[in-house]
Write a protein that binds this ligand. Structure first.
Ligand SMILES: [Zn+2]
Length: 489
């Protein structure tokens, strides 16, 4: 095997064979790296590196504050393997549902120009402006404030639940409280998953699960790598987020989806958690032999936070039942679930199925054209909580390494200035309740029954959609799948 000038010495025949397969290589900018030894040293956490064989170029260039410096560090892990190329994107069996069956990253994800010297790239302009020491100082202050506010919310939430169970707070107070708090805590959990794992946000990432939508354990690959890097491509799990629901007749779509998620809440999620802890190809199992210098697992072996938050949520429901609050509990479950389900896709125009700047090789330009900022109260720091962290979304996509929504709010003017400098459109934030949610509701809740993947309408009329047997059988299957942990995040 040839060796590059700064590549590591390849010592054994076994290692040569290993490195000839994408399963033992990571790819950045068309170059091959063997990051096995680097995994426990990665400051962002080993979790970002648990899918060897994949091309990490977009993730690498967008998730680091100073990627040029990071690239120098990586040089020692560079290997020259002739003919090696990335695979289609390998995911373990437990996470296969995140991608369409025919997905091939080599064709379905565009190759972008990340040349750090290219002054015409939006990402370079934004990154350079963000390096200003005064901005960085403000960012650290705001991150700290974000964490403090999150802590107050956690305590406030626990205190409210205790009072609710003990005194029986009326539904018209408890329902909006839970819907808003679950949205805010879910948004905080989202930002914690963007931090180095597990030391930065690790355990608190589980707050993401408080809104009944998903499992934070899938966020590193599903959200951070799958959604952020190749936004709106076939790799983006948000693209098909409503897919399975669209195969249900619209008159029964809401109750069926609610039952599906209820099944997920009761048993499905626990089956999913058993899978990610036991499947031989699941990262928690596959990389359990890689240890840090202090002897701890580089990739956590058991994700306690996931188990605890879901056991807590079920315990909360059981306690409500015994305190005579079962209808109140279900009402808040329904409203929290639907508010957050609709919100998941609100910061991109998925329902229009129009992708702007499709041909650009400027990744930052693509993000600016296809991400939306949201507004609710008009105060961006407050809206950050009400929108599950989705309101300063353009800055969040340009700077996914930032640790909080407040930092995103702070740097939004930098992104706006870059847009002005390059003559790009800068749309005012859209109203979440006035504009985005009605549009999403119309497209997904009132939209005709369609193929889950192609979204092709199946029946010619509302009448036919509701008088054929097949869609109702699909409803029963969909509800059942929820209880088995299949069919949603
Ligand atoms: Zn995010």
């Amino acid at each position: 095997m040839a060796k590059t000038s700064d590549a590591k010495e390849v010592k054994t025949e076994e290692e040569v064979t290993k490195r000839s397969t994408p399963e033992h290589l990571w790819f950045i900018d068309g170059e091959s790296y063997d990051l096995t030894e680097f995994m426990p040293k990665h400051p962002g956490g080993a979790q970002y590196l648990v899918f060897p064989g994949n091309d990490l170029s977009i993730t690498f260039w967008s998730y680091h504050k100073d990627p040029v410096r990071n690239k120098k560090v990586l040089q020692q892990y560079k290997v020259d393997v002739p003919d090696a190329r990335p695979n289609r994107w390998h995911l373990p069996d437990s996470a296969k549902f995140l991608l369409p069956d025919d997905f091939d990253a080599r064709n379905d994800i565009k190759v972008y120009n990340f040349d750090p010297e290219d002054k015409k790239l939006v990402l370079n302009e934004c990154r350079n402006q963000c390096k200003n020491p005064a901005i960085m100082k403000d960012m650290r202050r705001l991150d700290k404030m974000f964490d403090e506010h999150c802590m107050y919310m956690r305590w406030g939430y626990i205190a409210f639940v205790a009072c609710w169970l003990y005194f029986g707070i009326p539904w018209y107070i408890s329902m909006p409280f839970f819907a808003v708090m679950r949205t805010a805590l879910g948004g905080a959990g989202h930002y914690f998953t963007h931090r180095p794992q597990p030391s930065g946000g690790g355990a608190w990432s589980c707050l993401f699960d408080m809104n009944y939508i998903g499992v934070h354990i899938t966020l590193i690959d599903g959200h951070n790598v799958g959604h952020h890097a190749p936004t709106m491509s076939k790799a983006d799990p948000k693209t098909g987020f409503f897919g399975a629901m669209m195969a249900l007749p619209r008159l029964v779509r809401v109750p069926c989806f609610t039952l599906h998620k209820f099944g997920h809440f009761i048993t499905g999620i626990f089956i999913k958690l058993v899978e990610v802890h036991t499947f031989p190809d699941a990262p928690l199992v596959k990389f359990s032999h890689i240890k840090k210098p202090d002897g701890s697992h580089a990739v956590q072996r058991i994700c306690w936070a996931s188990w605890l938050v879901h056991i807590y949520l079920v315990a909360e429901a059981v306690a409500a039942y015994y305190c005579g609050l079962k209808y109140d509990w279900f009402l808040q479950f329904f409203v929290s679930l639907w508010m957050n389900t609709l919100m998941v896709v609100s910061s991109h125009d998925f329902e229009c199925q129009i992708i702007f700047e499709k041909d650009t090789d400027d990744w930052g330009k693509f993000q600016l054209a296809n991400c939306l900022d949201l507004t609710i109260t008009g105060n961006p720091y407050v809206d950050c909580w009400f929108s599950a962290g989705l309101s300063p979304h353009r800055a969040h996509h340009i700077f996914p390494w930032q640790r909080s929504g407040y930092a995103n709010v702070l740097t939004t003017p930098i992104v706006e200035a870059a847009a002005a400098k390059f003559g790009l459109k800068w749309e005012a934030p859209r109203s979440l309740f006035g504009s985005r949610l009605p549009s999403i509701f119309k497209a997904y809740i009132l939209g005709p029954l369609a193929d889950p993947f192609t979204r092709k309408v199946i029946y010619p009329s509302f009448y036919e959609e509701h008088t054929h047997l097949a869609p109702y059988l699909e409803c029963l299957k969909f509800i059942g799948l929820g209880f088995t942990g299949i069919g949603s995040l």
